[in-house]
Ligand binder design. Structure first.
Ligand SMILES: *Cc1c(COP(=O)(O)O)cnc(C)c1O
Length: 234
């Protein structure tokens, strides 16, 4: 398997070039290394290479791995979150990218209050309203935004999406551009700052950066292909 430090450098250079193409400061783009399915020693290689921001998508898996790594590691949650796992998620993760309903957000806010946290969240958009994916529809987001912004113990960083699988990079570009455009419009209308755009994965993160991504979620370009266990979903 290719060397993780080498891959991190390559992805870092790709991020810088994509930012430069869009006249953006590369420092405004964070790399979230998606470490799901990979065991602790592999994650340690990422930390040894000087990268401390990791993303996981399953609570149980993350809860086993996180205590085994240094406390300086920063963890972001990117998977579908069930309400009964909200407390654990808030305890383990500084940021949750996958808040997909007002109901979940209200629940998280109450628990974050009990834990005396101010947790960062992204609102996950399912703009194409795909049944296999969770997320706010655009209508739900507009209806819920006042209530979401009023939650005392959560800070809405911005929007997140996992765009539909598409044929061409240019189609991916379109869906990133739509998410950025929606964010711009919400900022204007509501008079709030929603600086974060969590979009772009291994196959399309450079395009996402050209379209304004502030954090890209990259797994297989760093680790190689995931070997998904039978019965595991993604
Ligand atoms: C797995 C995953 C990624 C990373 O995907 P790669 O194609 O391996 O880069 C990004 N975002 C989410 C939500 C994921 O579940």
């Amino acid at each position: 398997m290719a060397d993780i430090a080498t891959n991190l450098r390559r992805v870092g250079a790709q991020i810088s070039r994509a930012a430069a193409r869009a006249d953006r400061d590369p420092a405004t783009v964070e790399l979230l290394v998606v470490s799901k399915t990979w065991p602790v020693p592999v994650l340690q290689d990422v930390l040894d290479a000087g990268h401390y921001l990791l993303g996981e998508n399953k609570l149980q898996e993350a809860a086993a791995k996180i205590p085994a790594l240094p406390a300086t590691t920063r963890w972001h949650f990117i998977g579908h979150l069930q309400r009964n796992k909200a407390r654990k998620a808030l305890e383990l993760f500084e940021t949750i990218h996958s808040v997909d309903s007002l109901r979940l957000a209200i629940h998280l806010d109450r628990i974050a209050g009990e834990l005396k946290l101010k947790s960062k969240i992204y609102l996950q958009l399912n703009a194409a309203e795909e049944e296999s994916k969770s997320g706010f529809s655009e209508g739900e987001l507009r209806e819920g935004l006042d209530a979401l912004l009023a939650l005392e113990h959560l800070r809405v960083e911005g929007l997140m999406s996992i765009p539909p699988a598409v044929e061409s990079p240019e189609e991916a570009r379109l869906s990133f551009r739509e998410l950025a455009g929606l964010r711009d419009e919400l900022q204007d209308r509501w008079g709030v700052a929603l600086p974060g755009l969590s979009m772009g994965m291994s196959h399309d993160f450079e395009i996402a950066i050209e379209e304004g991504a502030t954090i890209v979620r990259v797994g297989s370009s760093i680790f190689g292909p995931r070997h998904v266990k039978p019965g595991a979903s993604k």
